[in-house]
Design a protein around this ligand. Structure first.
Ligand SMILES: CC(C)(COP(=O)(O)OP(=O)(O)OC[C@H]1O[C@@H](n2cnc3c(N)ncnc32)[C@H](O)[C@@H]1OP(=O)(O)O)[C@@H](O)C(=O)NCCC(=O)NCCS
Length: 171
């Protein structure tokens, strides 16, 4: 999948999305290691996702945004999305795009790919919690069509309000 850039006058970037599950068991640890590295860099340790244990759960899915390189080190990881499926509801646990690749529409594409997967599987809604102060993430969710459905003071710790948002998948 080649993503159209959201920045004006820019060349399209050859970024494509793949679920971790589509890689062989031998290849997966390399990607989990790369995702964990980005996770530790971007999120405070209290919010860091434990990929090694969580991905063992059958309903947990990791989608990777990748870009081919000429270095011979395999594709470069530029973003990821973690979701958990619970019958007709899915939780969007984590979404992240590396700093230098933000603003190109990769975040939106990751969400759209999740939505298409869930739609096929009969899921009716995607829910998430986001820190009120994470403005880019809120802008992304709002732009995709998520609605705020709840608000919890100190959800992420003292003084850090959490917003619960939902996207309804139309049948
Ligand atoms: C949130 C995040 C995933 C967005 O990824 P991205 O690839 O830059 O987002 P996109 O380019 O797809 O942008 C999608 C929409 O969000 C808006 N948006 C994204 N970043 C924005 C910013 N910094 N300020 C204002 N709006 C922003 C875009 O304008 C776009 O809206 P449009 O399509 O209506 O023009 C990225 O900033 C990130 O990884 N942040 C750190 C991790 C994080 O906070 N994750 C969320 C909590 S788990």
């Amino acid at each position: 999948m080649v993503l159209a850039p959201s920045k004006p006058n820019s060349e399209p970037k050859a970024v494509y999305l793949k679920d971790l599950a589509s890689f062989s068991p031998k290849e997966r640890p390399t990607f989990i290691h790369r995702v964990s590295k980005i996770e530790r860099k971007v999120f405070p340790s209290s919010e860091a996702f434990d990929f090694n244990s969580e991905l063992k759960k059958k309903n947990c899915n990791l989608t990777l945004a990748l870009k081919d390189t000429d270095t011979g080190d395999g594709p470069q990881l530029v973003g990821y999305l973690v979701s958990v499926r619970m019958k007709r509801l899915a939780l969007l646990h984590k979404i992240c795009v590396v700093d230098q690749e933000r603003g190109w529409g990769i975040g939106k594409c990751l969400i759209h790919s999740l939505r298409l997967q869930l739609e096929k599987g009969g899921c009716r809604s995607i829910q998430l919690w986001v820190d009120e102060d994470r403005k880019p993430a809120r802008a992304l969710y709002k732009s995709y069509g998520f609605q705020e459905i709840d608000r919890c003071i100190d959800y992420y710790g003292p003084g850090r309000t959490g917003l619960k948002m939902e996207f309804t998948i139309e049948s």
